[in-house]
Design a binder for this molecule. Structure first.
Ligand code: B12
Ligand code: SF4
Ligand code: SF4
Length: 388
């Protein structure tokens, strides 16, 4: 294949068409240079807004500049796949005895699905080109700022929920990139910001994580607290978590730019039927092997059973009825103190909420016994907090 302008444009269009044929809904080409907006990363890190995600502090220079990620890169093909669920949440998810799981975790792990699809795109291109090209594909798997890159590729803007919002597809898009060592002409960056005076995402956020100016404090975000953080969830956010046990979709769901987004066509992203109608109690008796088996294809396995049960204990506390208290009591015997600490809070929450006299009495009596048996200082502090 030659190097003329015409040939490059043709190749670009062929690549775009092939990406669509492989199921990508949006495709754009970004210049291999720092995309607009990335200069905010350093101040964001300096303010500690990334919490315990210290991996974000590593390779900052590379994160800012795609040319350092793959020397010789000529263009960054930036792609997105719509994952809007047919129903945003199972109807009965608002019931406090049901777990609320964000759409990204309701079926197969998007990293695996999209990476495989990007691999197919790369193989197709190499066959068309006639020889290996040495490109790299990423889905949240390299120090890359995917949203600013998507803006640079003309796909949309970063909304006040901080996510990439497309005028056509809204914000239910997973992003991925194909770093390509071919000198293809980039698309025009997306200029402008179409949030206007809207601030619905900021107002709906249960923990006030969005500052209204396009910034997010991850330490307050339920997605961070339930998925990324390995620590006890700070007390001030536990009640606001409600029954959200994995991630949070509130600031996506509310966005008016999703109004015309169709449901995903991608089977792997359709919500698993067996998650619907499950009670919180059905999940807590699984051992490690059962947990891993049930979630073997899901992103939830990355969270691990310990963090998952920590989150479940908080949701059980917020449910606060007798059945929830019985579930919490069963979790008291877990060896992981992260889980037991959350269980202590859950029991205290059941006492405070006074949803039923029996639940309250049962929880208070268990705390009284447990305080004499527990030896872990952090769990003991939680028990004392729950009893006060
Ligand atoms: C770290 C991370 C998180 C963290 C922090 C989120 C965040 N907003 O930074 C946590 C754990 C909280 C998180 C949560 C979620 N995440 Co996440 N996450 C990432 C990750 C790995 C890095 C993001 C990053 O660099 N953050 C650092 C900050 C500084 O950068 P930034 O968000 O890009 O943008 C800042 C600046 O650029 C600047 N800025 C840029 N332009 C402008 C313009 C103006 C006017 C202003 C004022 C500021 C500004 O302000 C922004 C906010 O501080 C990316 C994958 C990747 N490698 O990019 C996925 C990614 C962003 N996550 C994704 C998803 C789906 C989610 C969740 C929806 C999952 C869920 N349901 O639970 C939530 C959404 C929460 C939210 N509102 O952001 C998708 C988003 C797709 C999209 N359409 O945008 C990504 C791209 C993964 C992927 N491959 O698809 N995530
Ligand atoms: S994901 Fe939830 S907690 Fe995080 S910013 Fe959005 S609404 Fe707030
Ligand atoms: S809800 Fe409103 S403010 Fe938030 S991203 Fe969507 S349009 Fe922007």
């Amino acid at each position: 294949m030659g190097n003329g302008n015409n040939t490059r444009l043709k190749l670009k269009e062929a690549l775009r068409n092939q990406a669509h044929a492989l199921g990508f809904d949006v495709v754009g080409f970004a210049a291999p240079q720092p995309p607009p907006g990335v200069e905010r990363l350093r101040p964001w890190l300096a303010q500690g807004r990334h919490g315990s995600m210290i991996w974000l502090e590593k390779n900052v220079a590379r994160r800012l500049d795609p040319a350092l990620v793959l020397p010789g890169v000529g263009v960054v093909v930036t792609l997105g796949m719509n994952y809007r669920p047919p129903r945003v949440a199972a109807e009965d998810e608002s019931a406090s005895h049901r777990p609320k799981i964000a759409a990204f975790a309701r079926n197969e792990d998007y990293h695996d699905v999209i990476k495989a699809r990007l691999g197919k795109l790369a193989r197709w291109l190499e066959q068309t080109w006639g020889k290996p090209l040495g490109g790299r594909v990423f889905v949240d798997t390299a120090p890359v700022m995917e949203k600013p890159l998507a803006v640079a590729a003309g796909l949309g803007w970063q909304g006040k929920n901080t996510l990439l919002v497309s005028r056509k597809w809204g914000c239910w898009l997973f992003l991925g990139e194909y770093f390509l060592p071919l000198d293809l002409p980039p698309d025009r960056p997306f200029l402008g910001h179409h949030c206007g005076t809207c601030r619905r995402c900021c107002d709906v956020c249960p923990t006030g994580a969005l500052d209204g100016h396009g910034g997010l404090d991850a330490r307050r975000c339920i997605a961070y607290l339930t998925v990324e953080s390995k620590d006890p969830i700070p007390r001030e956010y536990r009640e606001s978590m409600g029954n959200r046990v994995v991630g949070c979709d509130e600031c996506l769901t509310i966005c008016p730019w999703n109004r015309f987004t169709p449901a995903t066509q991608e089977k792997a992203f359709l919500p698993r039927q067996d998650l619907d109608h499950m009670s919180l109690l059905e999940w807590i008796d699984w051992d490690e092997a059962q947990f891993r088996h049930f979630f073997k294809k899901s992103g939830i396995k990355r969270i691990g059973r310990g963090r998952f049960l920590r989150n479940m204990a908080i949701a059980l506390g917020n449910w606060g009825e007798e059945a929830a208290v019985n579930g919490l009591i069963r979790l008291t015997y877990e060896s992981d103190s992260l889980i037991r600490g959350a269980v202590a809070w859950g029991l205290g929450q059941a006492v405070r909420q006074k949803k039923s006299q029996t639940a309250q009495t049962l929880a208070a009596a268990h705390l009284k016994r447990w305080v004499h048996e527990e030896s872990d200082p952090l769990v003991l502090a939680e028990i004392h907090g729950a009893m006060s």
